[in-house]
Design a protein around this ligand. Sequence first.
Ligand code: ADP
Length: 356
Amino acid sequence: GVSRSVTSKTGTGTSTRPGMITGGRKRPATSAAGSAVSNAATSWQPSVLTDTKNKISRLKNIDTKLANLILNEVMVDGTAVTWDDIAGLTFAKQALKEIVILPALRPELFTGLRAPAKGVLLFGPPGTGKTMLAKAVSQESKATFFSISASSLTSKFVGESEKLVRTLFAIARELQPSVIFIDEIDSILTERSENEHEASRRLKTEFLLQFDGAGSNSDDRVLVMGATNRPQELDEAARRRFVKRIYIPLPEPETRRGLLTKLLSEQDYQISASEMQRLVQQTEGYSGSDLTALAKDAALGPLRSLGETLLDTPVDQVRPIQYRDFVQALQTIRPSVSPQSLQAFEEWNREYGAGI
Ligand code: ADP
């Protein structure tokens, strides 16, 4: 695909990079593991942008202002997340390859009865890699990637959200194959209630209409990937559209070990196998993003212990990260997911999940 620049308009991409603490070691521009939460597009190659704009300008009945907004805020350039950046989740990766990647790479094999699913739901606790998976999917299937959170649809684009959804799908169809990733999908597809606002009802209707392919043909390669921490809130109409529903659980012990080791590999560290084993046990219940926060905090330990001398200690004299730094960090960085909510996910998975 498109080569990616490290600079992000919002800056969120750089601030979350684990390698930032020393400011010394530069990470390759293609590694985006730390920036997966960003919605904003990174810098585009001018030629790609012109090409995209030309394509979009051929679309009829399109609001230019909204189209530009989508280009700048929703369409994500060079989403450089690969399967290997994602720790664990072997089953989810396997399922996504079968459901999404193969049909994208060999569309001629997947027609008629074999037509690929148009909707995939990733559900589970927050911070477990759902956004990363969606990015990897779009990267591996060479698709244009659009990413938006449903809450920003309803808050940031008040009054325009229906039109935005319509424009988004039109652009995605024009630039297909496309993946539209919608985080917090539950907030637009909740069970209809008595006191539902007229505006959110209209948004939901428009979304379902577009999802079902209004004004498109059945060969369109637009995949909607929804993510939610609250699958219980989805109603039957929503469940039906997300034919594949994949549970993304908290990391297993081996995954925690892999993730911690990978995070640490960017710095000097001195942690024995038995200490690592203890750490793996002590982080039971931690999500991928909790573990990332923990490792970042522990990585600051050696700097904290420099105290006043921080300002004039040469980089090569900073001590390696040790187990005791993690012991400290474990005090402040606590797991963000409650055991009760885990139980609810597992129940929902038994009832509606894809059985993996
Ligand atoms: P979700 O979409 O499930 O809420 P994200 O995919 O946005 O979570 O993950 C948030 C951050 O947590 C990522 O940017 C990454 O740093 C870390 N993370 C979470 N899960 C994993 C994982 N399985 N492998 C590697 N990093 C992870």
